[in-house]
Write a protein that binds this ligand. Structure first.
Ligand code: CA
Length: 415
């Protein structure tokens, strides 16, 4: 399961990063159609590997016709290997993550999606006991409510990664699971698209997660998480959370306020205490109220004692089964709260390494854009577009070209 979850995260992160988190922009839509390097190219080594894999697939119960159909148009995707090689291991701060995950745009689109699919989501909630806002929030983070389901052909992507071998055994397992999905008749090779790492459809399930959790909610006999109609995908996300221990009517967590001088050694996942104990230490809700009681919970301070604090409950762990990154779980939870009408995070985030707050960084983006160096939005997240804009400004002024934001730069632009 751990292995599964990690690759799952990998797929998500990749899709997500390629889409809305690329730069300082608020999220331009990635055009549909093949990305560079995502169309098959001839590769003799790959062909030889596929030939030997086909007999292994047959020995695992995949029919010859399924194998033939699946591999008829499949091939080696150089772009997949390139993406796998160039993954950068960096973690965004919670502040940056939430600026994107619960951006005004994503909240507005989520509320529209909730209204549009009200009946379906209510039926899903009744069946699986997962609130409509939570299912919608997962959908919003996984594929921007279906806008970014991924266009890479899954059989080719998984076969390329299995052949490439960096994590060959894992991806061969996923490839065989993908063939099993095709054999079941749930979808066709042409419709089976996803991220470069094989995360598929509205909910970005990898094939083994799909086999374990996907459901047919429309009743047509096919578990279709790829179609424009998100019904099966939304029900599948709810089924996943339900089987991960989701408890209806309970929050994932609540934002809290810590007393000054709070001993942060007692914080962290897995260090659960009853709310009464936390209350006795002087912790209140963010607006000073009494802590709700949903059983034992842990205190999280993702950006240290100077940033927002959260009391997390059982449902935090259910979301974590989907993707075990703390920022992701808080992102889903907070977005679901916003979709329900809740307000923004109350606590202040500490300034970044340059001494700037998010308001300063948004200011910097607005001033760069006004000066003719477009950051494509002002979400306060310093990404590739903002860095390019800074470089353009520095070049135009004959300064050293670093692309690095700073207070000095902000003052220069304000003058
Ligand atoms: Ca169906």
């Amino acid at each position: 399961m751990q292995m599964k979850r990690r690759a799952f995260t990998l797929g998500l992160g990749a899709l997500w990063l390629s889409g809305c988190v690329g730069g300082g922009g608020t999220g331009s839509i990635v055009p549909r159609g093949p990305e560079p390097g995502m169309s098959p190219v001839p590769n003799a080594g790959f062909d030889a590997w596929v030939a030997s894999y086909k007999s292994r697939a047959a020995s695992r119960g995949i029919s010859q016709s399924t194998i033939d159909t699946a591999f008829r148009s499949a091939g080696y995707l150089p772009g997949v290997v390139e993406r796998d090689r160039n993954q950068t291991e960096f973690t965004r701060t919670l502040e940056d993550y939430l600026a994107i995950a619960a951006s005004p745009d994503r909240i507005a689109k989520g509320r529209a999606a909730l209204a549009r699919h009200r009946g379906t989501l209510a039926a899903i909630e009744a069946r699986y006991g997962v609130e409509a806002e939570v299912v919608t929030a997962v959908w919003g983070l996984e594929s921007q409510y279906g806008e970014r389901r991924g266009t890479v052909p899954v059989i080719s992507a998984l076969a390329t990664l299995a052949y490439d071998g960096r994590r060959g055994a894992f991806f061969e397992q996923q490839l065989t699971a993908a063939l099993r999905i095709l054999q079941n008749g749930d979808t066709t090779p042409a419709n089976m698209t996803g991220s470069w790492a094989g995360a598929m459809g509205h909910t970005q399930f990898i094939p083994t997660s799909y086999l374990e959790f996907a459901v047919d909610f429309t009743g047509d006999g096919r578990r279709d998480i790829w179609a424009d109609d998100p019904t099966d995908a939304l029900a599948s996300a709810a089924a996943y959370l339900s089987r991960s221990g989701w408890r209806k009517g309970q929050p994932w967590g609540v934002e809290v306020r810590l007393p000054s001088g709070f001993n942060t050694a007692v914080t962290g996942r897995g260090k659960g205490r009853n709310p009464a104990e936390w209350s006795a230490m002087g912790i209140t809700t963010a607006d000073g109220g009494r802590l709700p009681n949903h059983g034992a919970g842990s205190i999280l301070i993702p950006q240290g004692a100077g940033g927002p604090a959260f009391l997390i409950f059982n449902n935090f762990n259910a979301i974590a089964r989907y993707n075990n990154a703390v920022n992701y779980v808080i992102g889903v939870g907070h977005l679901s709260d916003r979709l329900r009408g809740g307000g923004p995070i109350r606590g202040n985030f500490p300034p970044d390494a340059t001494g700037m707050t998010i308001a300063d960084r948004q200011d910097l983006q607005r001033r760069l854009t006004a000066a003719g160096f477009d950051t494509e939005g002002s979400d306060g997240v310093i990404g590739a577009k903002t860095r390019a804009a800074i470089e353009g400004f520095q070049r135009a002024r004959g300064m050293a070209v670093t692309g690095e934001p700073s207070r000095a730069l902000l003052q220069m632009l304000g003058g």
